[in-house]
Design a protein around this ligand. Sequence first.
Ligand code: ATP
Ligand code: MG
Length: 569
Amino acid sequence: MTEIIEEGVANEGGLNFVEQEIANDLAAGKNGGRLNTRFPPEPNGYLHIGHAKAFIMDFGAAEKFGGTCNLRFDDTNPQKEDMEYVNAIMRDIHWLGYDWGDRLYYASDYFPQLYDLAVRMIKEGKAYVDEQTSEQIAEQKGTPTTPGRPSPFRDRPVEENLDLFERMNKGEFEEGSMVLRAKIDMANSNMHFRDPIMYRIIKTPHWRTGTQWKVYPMYDFAHGQSDYFEGVTHSICTLEFVPHRPLYEYFVKELADESYCPRQIEFNRLNLTYTVMSKRKLLQLVKEGLVNGWDDPRMPTLCGLRRRGYTPEAIKDFVNRIGYTKYEALNHIELLEHAVREDLNKTATRVCAVVNPVKLILTNYPEDKEEIIEMDNNPENLEEGKHPMPFTRELWIEREDFMENPPKKFFRLSPDKEVRLKGAYIIKCTGVKKNDAGEIEEIYAEYDPDTKSGMPGSDRKVKGTLHWVSVPHAKDAEVRDYDRLFAVENPSAEEGDFRDLLNPESLKVRRNVKLEPWAAEQTKPEGHFQFTRLGYYTVDPDSTEEMPVFNKTIGLKDTWAKEQKKAAK
Ligand code: ATP
Ligand code: MG
């Protein structure tokens, strides 16, 4: 893959280059002014954010131009496919807000027509059964600069080809013992024309058609024809299919007259830093237990991103920002995170949680006293109101917010220094208690009763503000912190085993988190929160009433925006 990192090529408000091509075709009256796209996932894994880029284009263009978009399961390989994937794929497309209506199709529905076409091509001398091994076939293919050599079976009589192909499909021969190949041109400069394989033998039952078929069409022999059967006008796919396009058209022409051929248009794949996008590799991570399933919040799968707390709006915004081009690129994951942050900033409810607690005791605050502080649910949108948070003599604060011997610019708590407790009082640290191991067990401070936030005369300024949770009211919670799944920026470009590049520190579970009581009552599935000063967090399905569980969606620090500012200077 070329190593360009390219961003901001989206044609905001206007059309991207694929949409421009579609607009031109519609303006020229092609296909009677009809637009029909399709999204053709193979049900052999869960969808990832790269697939989202593809179907946002397919469904999005149909929406934009008043056309239709088919969902077609490209289920031509029973060895790898499963119903589980079909359901997950439909759920994920719906999650992003798209729907195919009654336009749900399966490539397996076309097996009879494809088989008939193959038989016709055999009869017309355009296809033959090859009994060589796949190694022999590969070895004869030649290179882009040297022609291939013909198979010794290339000139078999038609009758023999017909008989063998039928018997292949009856299950008389072993997998791998023969294939059906198109007889095109072993010297063609396009390698895909050098007698491509049309059918191979697979004996694993198909999840839809059972044991009816023992031969299954290859992608190149199924895809264009499926588009044709469905009346697809624009078959939008990724750049690696550019060299397949002439073959796509070659096979469609076996069916079509001159009036109609679906048009294939290719755009660049989505590749993200610090992750892999190959379904094969993602499957490996799942199967080998290197992640906790397809929906592990570290995965680039749509179900993983959803569980992590990424929103459909953020994903669509990101895809729109990176745009669609004709050259390969690697996109910064920080831009995706930026989009997530922007979206959650608008919607996430602000609450207090202390993820690494240490006890703070306000020695001059009455033991039985309790005040209710009204906290904004979202300062970005005051209409969302406020919620009550109890304030007491004993509070949890973050261990990292206290230092006994602080460096110069440490504006949090340290001996004899003042900070404000968010929404409450200014306090001054008066001492600490340590255990035998020298670890701090309790921090002591005095509060200044004249400094309560919002009260007249309370506007004395101090540099630091800390979040806190009342000890007697706190609810226990679990937080799962995530870091990059891979330790290197572009794992696919590295040599060796990609599994060796996994970041061993990508998951950290915190079991002693202290949550303000109101927040514990608001935990609905996939609910988004901002933990004050810490970041955005999303309720995990493992959550129970006794123990709420949150995934850290993303921290507050926007490294992408910072880099952009630096670059602009
Ligand atoms: P494979 O073919 O190796 O199983 P795939 O990721 O191409 O993997 P498909 O189910 O065939 O899986 O993909 C469905 C559609 O999604 C295809 O049209 C493909 O071009 C598109 N697609 C797949 N990966 C990406 C990506 N990273 N970026 C954009 N589109 C993608
Ligand atoms: Mg594919």
